[in-house]
Design a protein around this ligand. Structure first.
Ligand SMILES: [Zn+2]
Ligand SMILES: [Zn+2]
Length: 239
């Protein structure tokens, strides 16, 4: 598969990544990535940009050096009702939304609260992708969540960075996720979760896992820009 889309990248703006947007764009161009999602952490992540940063995303050119830049956000899911830290933000400039559980911003309460949070979140039509649900920090009922994601036009992310960074140990969860995507015909995406420009467009670890598992290529959107844009338009984005 020729990867044309990276759905998940960070920049200096979040204060724990190390490259600029222009450096990420240059890396994307050099790797043949045509659509780069710039998905900075939502405002509740410690040291993330303040809320007005996201209202200014419209200042970013839509095309830089022939790379289409989709300015989005990696929202934090904050409670089991599926609330996020973008619920009260201006959404006009946001072209792509990942919603993720992070241990800094979500504390599981009673049993199944992670699954409940994700199921409730999926009722929010503005969410385009569930980020790194392979995380070993949380207990997630993949069957229930991915079944609903397939019905609500929400991508399941296979996060390459998970397997190299702070969330190591979720490989077996990725296999369960892949099984459920196949079972429910749920679309999925590779995301690099790059925190340094050289990692933009880097999917080799997750691709290796899914290849071993014979994951159907038709469920992966990274080489299907038209399908990707259709999903975003259905999810209330002005593309
Ligand atoms: Zn994340
Ligand atoms: Zn991220």
């Amino acid at each position: 598969m020729k990867y044309l889309i990276d759905t998940h990248t960070h920049t200096l703006a979040c204060n724990h990544a190390f490259s600029t947007l222009e450096e990420n764009v240059a890396a994307a161009a050099s790797k043949g990535i045509e659509i780069l999602c710039f998905t900075e952490h939502g405002p509740k992540m410690p040291y993330a940009p303040p809320d007005w940063f996201y209202a200014e995303l419209h200042r970013i050119p839509q095309v830089i050096n022939d790379v289409r830049v989709l300015a989005g956000i990696e929202a934090n899911i904050t409670d089991e009702h599926g609330s996020t830290d973008i619920d009260n933000l201006s959404k006009k400039a946001i072209k792509f939304v990942i919603a993720s559980l992070h241990k800094h911003t979500f504390r599981p309460g009673k049993e199944n609260s992670e699954t409940q949070a994700l199921l409730n979140l999926l009722d929010n039509p503005f969410i385009d992708m569930l980020g790194h649900i392979d995380t070993p920090f949380f207990n997630i009922d993949y069957d229930a969540v991915i079944k609903k994601a397939a019905q609500t036009n929400t991508l399941i992310e296979f996060n390459n960075g998970s397997l190299h960074g702070v969330r190591r140990g979720g490989e077996h969860n990725m296999v369960k996720m892949a099984e459920c995507c196949k079972k429910y015909n749920c679309l999925a995406a590779f995301g690099s979760d790059a925190h340094f420009s050289m990692d933009v467009g880097e999917f080799s670890t997750v691709a290796g896992i899914l290849k071993e598992f014979a994951f159907p290529e038709e469920l992966l959107i990274n080489d299907k820009p038209d399908l990707f844009f259709d999903i975003l338009k259905k999810n209330e984005k002005h593309i």
